[in-house]
Design a protein around this ligand. Structure first.
Ligand code: ADP
Ligand code: MG
Length: 682
């Protein structure tokens, strides 16, 4: 919390710290703090009218109290009203004074959720009030906010009320806009948010779809759209060198390939080439499911830049992936006499220096590398085009560092995790998007098998042998267990030893995160060349590795992995012709989410559909990896459920920017996204 706001709200430092855990760091954060739900203490619900599932306030006399010990220690009180209707109050945890508060004969009020209990209607852990002391009912419904330990609801409500007293809730949006959208004014929406009048029931409010709630959702989505449209506009104002090319190099590479591009690949390449020939920096996201062939599109685009006389670079999030890209690009580009280099942190100092010198002198025209490419001392003669593979793995600020390595370089981001449409619209509206929505011909969908790892291991091992006897290769992947890298390594090593012992006639490799980069690369190279039949690996191979002859993927502890990770891994097979298999080994017991994830991956092969269901399961924050991408999360809107509002906000934002309603835009962004430059990096 900033000091000025602390002072206004009369908040001590310890309290400010608690608030910051809730991401409440300014007065306006508090004003825009969304309650989880509401409780209705504005009227007493007669005990004869109680409905299961609803939360309500009831009043009656305690007629019995007892301590029960089965199934565990609990305090149970029975309260009754004048007509003999009864409700049981049940407490599993309680302070000793509760027994006095619930003394037989007392008239009390209880606020809680009505449930169907074993003995009849009951409330578990209801809030209790002495009816004689609290005879006045509340005038507004009571918000219940998300909170942290040591910060109770009453305190939070007091802080919110204080904040409300200290701000001007003037509207940021013009009246005619609001009336055309049938949305209420901001001040009444905020007042309803924190202190809703009893015209609505708690369950109406909890639906979060009343006009006042929609107003806040709209405001928030509008701010998001505005900020991204502005970022896009700002980019349009910048000039970049247009990269004109004749297409000669592109044609040459195309003629060397053993396949021809799919129509989707051609369309995406054309979109990128058009961008490159413009005088504004390109900022394009190339989306495509695993195996859709993004790499070749990126390579062809890079050729356009190189032919135009500029250098180009590709950066990948892992050493192995960068290595793989390098060897692919080297085969393609060497044949065209284009000098290409590799740069990663694992190179010897001298080698690194050589690459840097060659980039600065312009001797090298294309470089593939890891994070090492972002370093300040990596300078180019004339960098014109950058490809960022697996863009979501890099932070925005990292990506932006590239911008300054040339004259507003053109950027192509590639994403292997398909981003559902709503999310793309909501969070990536500042990017242009090309989608490869077609797989290369002749691919047979991968068959997925779910197997209990304790019961079916032998069977799977025999399956590995059979695949290999057929001349194919297999992956056996052990997942990253975040709590314990050592355990992961142990699983991988044990699997490796076990397979090597069971099948002494096969050559099996092991690759894991603890190995030196050069060792990893050597093993990978053996697998790529086919001299290894099987590769046991920790999830270092997760992204991008391409070995078309591998047709079996066994995944250990699949229940611990996320959907996009599973989809990525499965995408490592099914790249050549022939039937490929993916065996998901799981260990019981399975959590509900794990079951759901396994069901989704088993039933679906389309990455976009998997991503959509993943988004539903996890919500946008986790889906995007909020921390990495720096994307601000939505407080009110739900990007899937509120698609209508998102579309409206998108339209309105376009109009506002087009008509240069700068005053409105500034005011609105100031309120909703005061820190927008932090995540946009503008
Ligand atoms: P991803 O989109 O997952 O990065 P890759 O670029 O690694 O996919 O491509 C996957 C595989 O498909 C590679 O072996 C690549 O050479 C091959 N490929 C790419 N485009 C085509 C195509 N049009 N026809 C056949 N194979 C293709
Ligand atoms: Mg790839």
């Amino acid at each position: 919390m900033n000091p000025a706001d602390c002072k206004t709200l009369k908040i001590a430092t310890t309290m400010a710290e608690k608030l910051s855990k809730l991401h409440l760091t300014s007065l306006w954060d508090i004003i825009l703090y969304a309650p989880l739900r509401y409780e209705d203490e504005t009227h007493i619900t007669p005990m004869s009218d109680l409905r299961i599932g609803e939360s309500c306030l009831i009043e009656g006399r305690v007629i019995h109290q007892e301590m029960q010990f089965r199934p565990r220690r609990q305090l149970v009180a029975r309260m009754e009203n004048a007509t003999g209707h009864a409700v049981f109050l049940r407490y599993l945890n309680f302070y000793p004074n509760l027994q006095a508060q619930l003394a037989t004969g007392k008239t009390i009020r209880a606020m809680g959720q009505v449930r169907a209990g074993f003995y009849g209607t009951e409330m578990v852990h209801p809030k209790i009030m002495d009816a004689s002391k609290s005879s006045e009912l509340k005038e507004t419904l009571t918000p219940v906010y998300p909170t942290v330990a040591g910060l109770n609801q009453a305190t939070l409500r007091r802080i919110v009320a204080k904040a409300l007293d200290n701000v001007n809730l003037c509207d940021t949006l013009p009246e005619n806009l609001l009336s055309s959208l049938k949305l209420p004014d901001f001040a009444s929406a905020i007042k309803m948010l924190h202190a809703p009048t009893p015209e609505y029931s708690a369950s109406d409010l909890n639906n979060k779809n009343l006009p006042f709630f929609r107003r806040l959702k709209f405001d928030e989505l509008l701010a998001q759209q505005l900020s991204m449209k502005l970022a896009r506009n700002e980019r349009e104002q910048q000039t970049a060198t247009p990269l004109h090319h004749t297409g000669k190099l592109v044609d040459k590479l195309l003629s060397q390939l053993s396949f021809s591009l799919t129509n989707a690949q051609k369309k995406c390449l054309a979109e990128i080439q058009t961008d490159l020939s413009r005088t504004h920096p390109m900022h394009r996201l190339l989306q495509g499911d695993v195996g859709s062939g993004k790499t070749i599109v990126a390579a062809l685009a890079a050729l356009s830049a190189i032919e135009a006389g500029f250098q180009a670079a590709l950066t990948a999030p892992t050493e192995i992936l960068a290595e793989q890209h390098f060897s692919k690009f080297a085969t393609w580009f060497n044949a065209l006499n284009i000098p290409i280099a590799f740069l990663s942190g694992s190179l010897k100092k001298k080698e690194k220096q050589q690459v840097k010198d060659d980039l600065l002198s312009g001797k090298v025209r294309f470089v593939v590398g890891t994070h090492a490419l972002f370093q300040d001392d990596v300078l180019f003669e004339n960098l014109g085009f950058v490809i960022v593979d697996e863009q979501h793995r890099f932070g925005v600020s990292q990506r932006l560092r590239f911008k300054n390595k040339g004259d507003n370089v053109h950027q192509l981001m590639m994403s292997a995790t398909p981003i559902p449409r709503t999310l793309a619209m909501g969070f990536f509206a500042d990017l242009d998007v090309s989608v490869i929505d077609e797989m290369p011909k002749g691919r047979t969908p991968v068959k997925t098998h779910l197997k209990n790892s304790e019961l079916r291991r032998n069977e799977i091992e025999q399956f590995v042998r059979k695949i290999i006897q057929d001349g194919r290769q297999a992956y056996w992947v052990c997942p990253l267990i975040e709590e314990s890298e050592a355990l992961q390594l142990k699983t991988a090593t044990e699997t490796f030893e076990r397979l090597s012992q069971t099948f002494p006639e096969l050559s099996i490799g092991l690759v894991h995160g603890k190995m030196k980069a050069a060792e990893k690369a050597a093993v990978m190279q053996q697998f790529v060349s086919g001299s290894l039949n099987a590769l046991v690996a920790t999830t270092v191979i997760e992204v991008g590795v391409d070995v078309p002859n591998a047709t079996l993927m066994v995944i250990e502890h699949a229940e611990r992995m996320g959907l996009s990770q599973l989809h990525q891994l499965r995408g490592r097979v099914g790249r050549g012709g022939g039937q490929s298999h993916c065996v998901l080994l799981f260990t019981e017991p399975l959590s509900d989410t794990a079951k759901e994830r396994l069901r989704i991956i088993y039933q679906n092969t389309d990455g976009f559909e998997i991503a959509r269901q993943d988004l539903q399961l996890r919500g946008p924050g986790e889906f995007l990896g909020a921390k990495q991408s720096g994307v601000p999360l939505l407080r009110f809107a739900d990007i899937e459920k509120d698609i209508d509002l998102l579309e409206t906000a998108c339209r309105c934002a376009n109009q506002m920017v087009q008509h240069q309603q700068n005053e409105v835009i500034t005011k609105h962004l100031q309120r909703w996204l005061p820190n927008r430059e932090v995540y946009l990096g503008v």
